[in-house]
Design a protein around this ligand. Structure first.
Ligand code: FA5
Length: 357
């Protein structure tokens, strides 16, 4: 029994001096490993008398368990100390604005298109408009038919369309319904808006659109439009012009030269093209305005009765206006950006020139 007490005392004394997990494991093995001090004592049980064995056996096993437990406790202590040390070393004082962490972090900012879109949304929300969204993948009903552009109508060629493969087989079309495409304009949301509400209503709908076009300084294949629609009783061209002027005044915060000319879109009658005097070259002629000094920005018009009827609206009782703002071009005019492709470039040297959060 005295040997057991001594073994326990020696083990504890040595354990308290150790600071590494590997050393503790070695010590443990020295005592309770295959040929360890306590293990050897247990082996000697067989040579003892039954009375001695009864007394010594449980005590030796108790010591063995004690050594296992103490070793595990000391290893855990070392691990905790290591974690605490690491935490103390890596602690960042976030109240210090000029520490190394803050110096190395570059602050992000909003994309210029987001800035303008948010500004326009705020303007229209303050005038009682809702802001709607719609799917990028559309069918030909929402992109064309409901907008008074039936199949084989030449106006389908005005916007080069990315069609999905599924529809090319006429049997499929007959079975599955309308062909699918990437929406070519946000006017699809006019249809969705009309079908989901009752007049009077007014909404805008910003979003990405897709056209299979060659790109140049003012044309992208993926670009952004902002649709607007107002339907009610006795809405006039004067109302339309008021809202168009309001957007431009609020965005540019100064007078900009615009011209209104007749424009053809099957979904409006009469239809207009609102052009802005090119602010990149001040009208002298450049690659953005194709040397003509004007940029097509905001086509609009009075909603065609056929469109109202497709949207489930009584065209005898109600009328309205719609517009489809070229949001990227507005952003270009506002910030003097001379190539639309900068907007999608993801180049931080470009993006970081705009307002920070
Ligand atoms: C349309 O897309 C009509 N849905 C707009 C409309 C809505 C008219 C409601 C009447 C009533 P358009 O194809 O012209 O029209 O495009 C509208 C605007 O999007 C253009 O004036 C122009 O500013 C912008 N835009 C057109 N094509 C591109 C392009 N490839 N890249 C960048 N902007 C473009």
């Amino acid at each position: 029994m005295a040997d057991l007490e001594k073994a326990k005392h020696d083990f504890l004394t040595k354990l308290q001096t150790l600071t590494k997990e590997a050393d503790i494991l070695n010590l443990k093995s020295e005592y309770v490993g295959k040929t360890g001090i306590v293990s050897e004592m247990l082996k000697s049980l067989k040579d003892m008398s039954p009375d001695e064995r009864k007394l010594f056996g449980p005590k030796a096993n108790e010591l063995k368990d004690f050594i296992h437990d103490q070793s595990a406790i000391f290893i855990a202590k070392i691990e905790i100390e290591e974690i605490n040390k690491k935490l103390a070393e890596e602690k960042i004082d976030i109240s210090l604005t000029d520490n190394i962490f803050f110096k190395s972090v570059k602050h992000g900012g909003f994309h210029p298109r987001t800035l303008i879109q948010q500004e326009i949304e705020d303007i229209f929300l303050s005038m009682g408009f809702d802001v709607l969204d719609g799917p990028h993948i559309e069918d030909e009903f929402h992109n064309f038919e409901a907008l008074n552009i039936p199949a084989d109508h030449p106006a389908r060629d005005m916007q080069d369309t990315f069609w999905f493969n599924d529809p090319h087989n006429p049997e499929d079309v007959a079975k599955n319904g309308k062909k699918h495409l990437l929406r070519t304009h946000t006017s699809t949301i006019q249809v969705r808006g009309m079908l989901s509400r009752k007049p009077p209503f007014r909404f805008i709908a910003p979003g990405v659109v897709f056209r299979c076009e060659r790109t140049d300084a003012s044309h992208e294949m993926v670009f952004t439009q902002l649709e607007g629609m107002m339907v009610g009783e006795n809405i006039s061209v004067a109302n339309l012009i008021y809202f168009m002027k309001t957007i431009l005044k609020e965005i540019f915060k100064r007078d900009v030269e615009v011209r209104l000319r007749p424009g053809f879109f099957p979904f409006v009658e009469p239809g207009f093209e609102l052009d802005i005097r090119c602010l990149i070259c001040e009208g002298k002629g450049c690659s953005v305005c194709k040397q003509i000094g004007w940029v097509e920005l905001l086509p609009c018009g009075m909603v065609h009765p056929n469109v109202l009827e497709s949207g489930g609206i009584d065209s005898e009782k109600y009328n309205g206006f719609a517009f489809g703002l070229g949001l990227d071009r507005l952003v270009m005019m506002k910030y003097g950006i001379d190539d639309i492709r900068h907007l999608q470039s993801g180049d931080l040297r470009f993006n970081s020139q705009f307002k920070l959060f």
